[in-house]
Structure formats: C-alpha cells, structure tokens
Ligand binder design. Structure first.
Ligand SMILES: Nc1ncnc2c1ncn2[C@@H]1O[C@H](COP(=O)(O)OP(=O)(O)O)[C@@H](O)[C@H]1O
Ligand SMILES: [Mg+2]
Length: 583
C-alpha cells in the first residue's frame, strides 16, 4: 500500500516538472529574463548555449518531456499494482472476518435479520469499502500531495497570482463539504432500498413453490415492482441532486480559471511574470482545477463508504455467542432436567410456563402438543440456541446447569433432526457425512439403512452420488427428513432429538424407522416430538404440552387411563386411522 502511495507521489512530481521544462525553454528561447532560470539548469546548459543555440536547448527539453512522460507511465503502472495488492488483501481480510463473525452470531440474531439484507451488507457494502480503499483513499492522498506540491511551485514563481488562484479552493471544497453532508442520508436510503429489493427477490426465489402453487406470481411481481420503483426513484432523485452539484461546480471552476488567466495576462504585460512563467502558471492552475473538484466528489463518495462502513459495523459490532467463564465439558449421557422453566422470546408473550420434567438418561421421552405449543422452543433451549435468563428456571444435565457447559461441546453432543431439514447443494453422501470430517462410506450407508432411505437412494441412477439441494434432484419431504435422520445418526451422539421429524413419513415407514432405531439407540437418550400418537406411544414417558404448559405426563398406559387430552387425541387419531383403513 505504501509502495503504491510512493509511486503515486512520483507521478505528481513528474507531471509537475513538465511545465517547468516548457517554461525554461520558452523563456530561454524568447530570452526574456535569464536570471529567472534556476541555477541547476545553468550548470547543465550555460547561459551562452541557451542564448546562442536555442535549437539544442529545445531538443534537450523535448527529450526531457519524453523521459518524464516515460517515468510517469511506469510510476502509474506500479502505483496501481501495489495499491490493488494492498487493498485487495485488506478487503479479503474484511470478508473473512465478516463471514467468520456471522458464523458465531447468536441464532436469535439470524432470526431477527433478513438474509437478503445480510447478504447485501457482505457483498455490495464490502464492495463500496473496497472501492474506498482502492481508489478514493489513494486519490485523496494523491490530490492533497498534488495541491501542496503545485502550490509550493506556484508560490515560488509569483505569490500574488498564486493567492488569487488559491483563494477559490476553500469555496470549492466547502461547497463539496456542504453537499456531502446533504447527500449522505440519501445514499443510505438508496442502500436500504436495495437491501429490501434483494430480500424480496431472495424470498421469492426460495419460496418459488409457494408462489407457483398459490398463483401469487402477479402479486409478487407487484410487490417487486413497488420496491423496484422506490429504489429507482431514489436514484433518480440522487441523479438530479448530483447534476446540480456538477453544474454549479463547473461554473465556479470556470470563473477561477478565467480570473487566473486575466490576472496572468495583466501581470505578464506589466513585466511581473515572464511568458514562460505565465504558460507554466496557467498549466498548473488548470491541472489543479480538476483534482480540487474531485476532492469534493471523493468526499461525497466517501460519505457513501461511511454509510457502508456503518452497515458492516452493524454486523461486526454484534456480540458473538460466548460462554460465561469456567464452562466445562461434562458427560451428556445423564438425566436432563427442566426445572420450572419460563421463557418468552424477545418480543411477545410467554411461550413456556412453569415447565418441569426429567428425561432419564438412556430413555425415550416424547412430547405431544399442538403447533405453537412450545415444543421446538424446548429444543432451542436445550441446544442453547437461546439461553434462559436468570430467574426463569433451570435446565440441567447430570446436575450441571447447561449455561455452564461449553456451548459448542453441548451442541456436538446433541443430535437433532428438524421438521424441515435443510440439505446442502451436494451429493447425498456429502449431506449425510457433513457433520463429520471423515465419515466412512460404510457408516453413511448404515445410517441410511436405519433411516430407511437406502432403498430410495439406490433407486436413483447416481445412488449416493445423487446431487440434492438447490441445484439437484428434488427429494420428497419424507425422503429429506430421512436423509436428515441419517445425517444425525452418523454423529453417534449420546442425546438425539427428533423435532417433528417423522411428520412427512408415512405411518408404515415411521414404524420401520422406529424399529431400526430402537436397536441402534440402546443407551441413547431420545427426545421424540411428534403429532402422531403411534410415533410416540412406545416412549418411556410422554409429556403433553398445551399452550406452553405441561398438561399431562406419564406412560402411554397411564395417560390412557387418565382420560385426558392424550386419550382424546388417541381416540380421534385411531378412529381416523380405522376409517382410513376401511376405505
Ligand atoms: N424465534 C422466535 N421469535 C419469536 N417467537 C417465536 C420464535 N420461535 C417461535 N416463536 C413463537 O413461540 C411459540 C411456540 O413456538 P414453537 O416452540 O416453535 O412451537 P411448536 O414447535 O410447538 O410448534 C409460537 O407462538 C411461536 O410463534
Ligand atoms: Mg416445532
């Protein structure tokens, strides 16, 4: 980066010398006032040569200009190369840091923030910062160096006219500064509108099946159109604003150049300035006009970078999930106890109310409850996706508060299958083996057998190499769930949780999977969440959850005798089952 800056300064120096060479040749040839020619030139070319052989002098001057131009090109090349190297490695570091940080942010943060918006912050905003570092920062340095350097030369030639030229700079820079403070907010609005726009697109593409199934295309198009229009509108407004800025800026610059030329002519006529100096002066002044203007533009673009830096900082400043000091890694194959747990999400009503139960080590514990009764929330808490605040009860494993257990370790010991499993774009083999660095194929195959999905996989032409996920074949909901079950099985965790993960599997396969699992899972603690009574009636203990509170708890037989909700649900489901069978 520094090397880049050095070469960039060199460009300015080379460019500053060219008008000097011209000035000396013009003054030399016109012979106006040789006393003004610097000593070092006189040492190189004696006064006589300049007077008597102007041709030779012009040739030397011409070569000097060519040489300077050549150095200029080389410096230009190297300044760009080094600047790019420096800034790219800076931006790469930033991207890595962002990605790494996002991986460690709490689940609650991910739930709260829209994916499209996060993606935009990690892509366009990072790009703006990259541009800021690669171009703008370098430019600002170059321009300030150029202005200072040119001003030193100009002042050494003629103070009065230099003062006139310089007096315009504060106007131009203040004007840009004012403009920049005005425009920052509009840029932010436009950025946010872009974030919303990409969220809409992302949501639409992810939910394409819902969109098609409900014929929502025109609704979606309208929704997109609205956001798109707002986004375009904001940019059109910005465009108008910018045009106004450029026009007024052009006017000020024009007036400045005109003033300097007029004053220069007067000075030259009065003999205060040689013709060569006049030419050099006008040339410096015009070369400075554009950089001074750009300084304004760059400052206004920097405001955009400021917005992007804020938007990136929004992610980076978010606290990563961390453990309190002194966390341990105890054995997890112990009794899991929920002790008077009360919980609500950040915003909203109580989701769990005074929930107490014990999952004995190595047993199967089932939870039955309506949608929204808080079953998944129990799992989120056990997995420490959310931590219980103080005074809201306690969750312990083997007597240890789970908040005192290393979070990463805890999660690695609790296998989970979700109701809507997520498959990565990749082969089935990769999807099943993804949780372990080196899963042997035999393990993967065995897990798929237990999950009763191996025969389905074998029926695909590519077998275990079949690509699934976004760009692969579409598996049915039940197949996906079974692949996810297999994925959990290869982990061999002491605790396994099935969160409604057999819901999309037919009753017969459900029974087969449970049978296969029973053999495999001896000694494993299982938490089985289900809607279907047949799925969970063989569990050692069944808890019925109603509106976040424990309604009933006991074995199947006990609950049947109790004649409560469980019995009611049982009767309903069995009757429908009989009806279905008799059809
Ligand atoms: N991340 C969340 N933020 C806010 N509320 C949530 C969140 N997740 C679930 N809820 C709410 O908590 C309640 C229980 O949800 P959940 O535990 O998922 O129920 P279940 O798994 O039994 O269907 C629901 O009313 C749901 O709307
Ligand atoms: Mg759920």
């Amino acid at each position: 980066m520094l090397t880049g800056l050095f070469f960039s300064a060199m460009i300015t120096v080379c460019q500053a010398f060219i008008p000097q060479v011209i000035r000396i040749s013009v003054d030399g040839v016109l012979g106006s006032d040789l006393s003004k020619i610097p000593e070092w030139v006189k040492a190189f070319l004696s006064e006589e040569t300049i007077r008597e052989n102007p041709g030779k002098m012009l040739t030397i001057a011409a070569f000097a200009v060519i040489l300077l131009a050549a150095i200029n090109i080389a410096a230009n090349y190297y300044s760009k190369v080094f600047a790019a190297k420096g800034s790219e490695s800076f931006v790469k570091g930033m991207r890595d840091q962002l990605y790494d940080h996002i991986q460690k942010l709490p689940y609650s943060w991910h739930v709260k923030n829209q994916t499209g918006d996060i993606i935009q912050r990690c892509t366009s905003d990072v790009d703006v910062v990259r541009n800021f570092v690669t171009n703008q920062l370098m430019e600002v340095f170059r321009i300030i160096f150029l202005i200072v350097f040119y001003m030193v030369i100009m002042f050494s030639m003629n103070v009065k006219i230099s003062l006139i030229a310089v007096s315009f700079f504060p106007i131009v820079i203040l004007y840009s500064g004012y403009f920049f403070s005005k425009i920052a907010q509009h840029f932010q609005e436009a950025d946010e509108a872009e974030g919303i726009l990409s969220s809409v697109v992302q949501e639409n593409l992810t939910g394409v099946r819902v969109v098609r199934a409900f014929g929502r295309e025109s609704f979606e198009r309208k929704r997109f159109d609205e956001k798109n229009e707002r986004f375009a509108g904001l940019w059109i407004y910005l465009g108008k604003f910018l045009s106004l800025y450029w026009s007024i800026g052009d006017l000020i610059t024009g007036i400045q150049i005109l003033t300097v030329i007029c004053m220069g002519v007067l000075f030259t006529v009065d003999g205060n300035l040689t013709v060569g100096e006049f030419i050099a002066f006008v040339s410096y002044n015009s070369s400075m006009a554009w950089p001074v203007r750009s300084l304004g533009r760059i400052i206004s673009e920097m405001s955009k970078a400021g917005v992007s830096i804020d938007r990136i900082a929004y992610i980076l400043d978010e606290k990563e999930e961390d453990d309190r000091p002194g966390v341990t890694k105890p054995a997890i194959n112990k009794d899991i106890v929920f002790d008077n747990v009360n919980f609500k999400y950040e915003e909203g009503a109580a989701v769990l109310k005074n929930v107490s139960f014990t999952v004995p080590a190595g047993k199967t514990f089932a939870i039955l409850g309506n949608t929204g009764s808080g079953k998944s929330t129990l799992v989120h808490l056990l997995n420490r996706l959310y931590d219980l605040p103080d005074g809201c009860g306690k969750i312990t494993i083997g007597g240890v508060d789970i908040r005192d257990i290393d979070r990463q370790y805890l999660r690695s010991q609790i296998g989970m299958v979700l109701q809507e499993p997520f498959l990565y774009s990749g082969s089935i083999k990769e999807n099943v083996g993804i949780t372990r660095e080196s899963s042997a194929f035999d393990d993967i195959r065995e897990a798929c057998e237990i999950a009763c999905v191996d025969s389905a996989i074998d029926s695909f032409t590519d077998g275990y190499e079949t690509i699934v996920g976004e760009r692969g074949v579409t598996l049915s909901g039940g197949q996906k769930q079974r692949v996810a079950i297999a994925r959990m099985l290869v982990e061999h965790t002491p605790v396994m949780i099935f969160d409604d993960s057999l819901s999309a599997v037919d009753a017969q396969t459900d029974a087969m999977i449970r049978e296969a699992l029973k053999k495999r899972m001896a000694g494993t603690t299982v938490i089985l969440i289900a809607h279907r009574i047949t799925t969970l009636m063989q569990a050692d203990c069944i808890m019925v959850l109603e509106d976040g509170a424990v309604a009933e708890m006991g074995s199947h037989e006990q609950l049947m005798e109790h004649h409560g909700i469980y019995r009611r649900i049982y009767d309903i489901q069995m009757n429908t089952q009989l009806d279905a069978d008799s059809v």
